[in-house]
Ligand binder design. Sequence first.
Ligand code: NAD
Ligand code: GLY
Length: 361
Amino acid sequence: MKKVQIKINPAKKTSYPIFIGENLLDNVYSIIQQYTSASKFLIVTNETIYPLWGDKLKNKNSEFIILPDGEVYKNMDILNKIIDKALEIKLERKDAIIALGGGVCGDIAGFAASIYQRGIDFIQIPTTLLAQVDSSVGGKVAVNHKSGKNMIGSFYQPKAVIADINTLLTLDNRQFKTGLSEVLKYAFIENSCGCRVNFNFFHFLNENSDEIISRDTKVLRELVKICCTLKGCVVNQDEKEKGLRAILNFGHTYAHAIENLTEYKKYTHGEAVSIGMKFVFDLSLRLNLINEKYYQNCINLINKYNLKTELDIKFSKDKFYEAMHSDKKVSGGKINFVLPVIGNKVEIKNNIDKNIVVQGI
Ligand code: NAD
Ligand code: GLY
């Protein structure tokens, strides 16, 4: 088992562990009970995950709420149902909510925990690759609003994260690949994360692609550990995205516009992100921030994992640019681009001419 410690705010002692390993769910309450004094747990999961992994969490102190599966259910109505259930089972302030699932369950369960009785303990058990390397770490919790994704939410850190690598073995290929997009993102931003350790994650991903694609659990354990450490370095320095944390949105400015214009139906988040990453590499090349050689090395890595890089629909350039502006990350009407520069680093720029931005759309 590997452990990564997140230390968000040393002054306020906001620190929590991420446990990463195989078979962690076999004895999950022995871990959980070290990080909360709750005597009752409400487990938020969904209809797909419950039959696969629900049994591992069943005990006399736990109650389940089983949500319908899908991003469209990450909304206020379902949030209210979670709160109703918590009240119905008389969950108290010292009790806890556990998220068992991907980013959708984690985001909505975490938001429920942050508002129920002004905040109760929250434990993350991420079961998708995307959730293990990204959404379960760093405390962003939210639901969607019809005007946009994650529009209602808060920053609320879990008491512990338990990433059982075995859960990744029941994911379908499309969802596994969706997580790989966020994984590759870390390789492109590694040297801007401000970590003292250098993992040379780009090289790790190049060398271990066969094992990763075939889901060798030992290699995946190392991969999840590196991603969580890198994300931890970033959020420890900038919990509330005042600056540095924006680098985690590498590729996301294009991705969010793609998801928005296709109503979150055509592409998974990771597919939109890998297409978005290709767009920012193209943009950086046009702006001479990277050279051909660096560009090709990075695109080769994306291709090695067979991730989506091209749009298969044509958008109007104006509509696309407008969609980019509706993103939460826009400030003062300006779009912030996280652009790759040589050396697995990024720079944030917000003054790029529209025609250069939408070239290739
Ligand atoms: P998801 O939660 O919808 O899960 C993807 C699919 O996999 C679902 O159908 C789910 O039922 C299924 N699934 C989950 N675990 C499984 C398992 N072990 N075996 C088989 N099937 C399984 O999607 P996701 O990609 O995990 O997360 C996307 C969400 O995460 C979005 O809502 C996004 O906004 C959010 N997100 C949040 C953050 C953050 O920092 N909070 C970061 C990135 C993404
Ligand atoms: N996934 C981006 C962030 O956590 O900030």
